[in-house]
Design a protein around this ligand. Sequence first.
Ligand code: G3H
Ligand code: 13P
Ligand code: NA
Ligand code: ZN
Length: 328
Amino acid sequence: GLVNTKEIYAKAIAGKYAIPGYNFNNMEQLQAIIRACVETESPVVLQVSKGARNYANETMLRYMAQGAVEYAKELREDHKSIPITLHLDHGGNFEICKACIDSGFSSVMYDGSSLPFDENIAISKKVVEYAHSRNDYVTVECELGVLAGVEDDVSAEVSHYTKPEEVIEFKERTGCDNLAISIGTSHGANKFKPEQCTRNEEGILVPPPLAFNILEEIEQKLPGFPIVLHGSSSVPQSYVKTINSFGGSLKDAVGIPEPQLRKAAQYNVCKINIDSDGRLAMTATIRKTMHDKPGEFDPRKYLGPARDELAKMYARKNREVLGSAGHA
Ligand code: G3H
Ligand code: 13P
Ligand code: NA
Ligand code: ZN
């Protein structure tokens, strides 16, 4: 069945890698995630956002995730499943978290990062107490510090790095199982304004580095405690190029360079969230396929190649960026 994050994160800390937090909204995305994670023998956190719940229906997504556990077994020769967590991404209030805990999610995030410190703590603690009171012990991710960009409802123009001096009190007062922090990542495909970046010889935007000094300080304050990074898409320029050359229009798209994430995975960062890169991979493939085969009108003929490209990308992330391959 679905597992909570306790054991998989403890192993990720010991092994100095990060587990992928991949979002899904539909069957093709879920199949790509499962195929890639089975192929690379990686644990995976399947993430359902509020947007996903609105788009696909929470019940549908929950059964799909449960089905994915069985699908993973079928794909493996030894018929064992890989560790799969079904996680609520960016739960905005206690009620949403409670609904997901009650319905069978094995992990939830309560995101009170936009609230004042004490209010964030109060609601986080309420979610944690509820989640932990369950027989099956649902793990809870909370967030301290604000990411730039759009975080569901919450829009933050500038990111506010997590204050290392606040993390011990936050962890102790909330009892959270793991903590999402802000060290310069942000959501979406335009993570930095061009004026925050430099340009390399090819004219490609190079973003400012992540604040590893803050990550190190947090790690010293909370030794062995699982840390999560959101907003960690790298925005591969090859996908941006393909999208733009087949009718799309993405301007100044820029992400977190993969070497920065590979470095972050060496720390107590246990999960790295990637959603936008999957969207780019699918959209690039669909745009190109529709252009190359204008006579096709069967959705399988363009969703299929998009799914294959997505699986390929996720397998590469697991192997080369997160280091989670081989740890299922
Ligand atoms: O953190 C945001 C995730 O990428 C989910 O985005 O709310 O558009 O589904 P969404
Ligand atoms: P990206 O937009 O960088 O993929 O971040 C996804 C995320 O943090 C989901 O919670
Ligand atoms: Na790690
Ligand atoms: Zn996020």
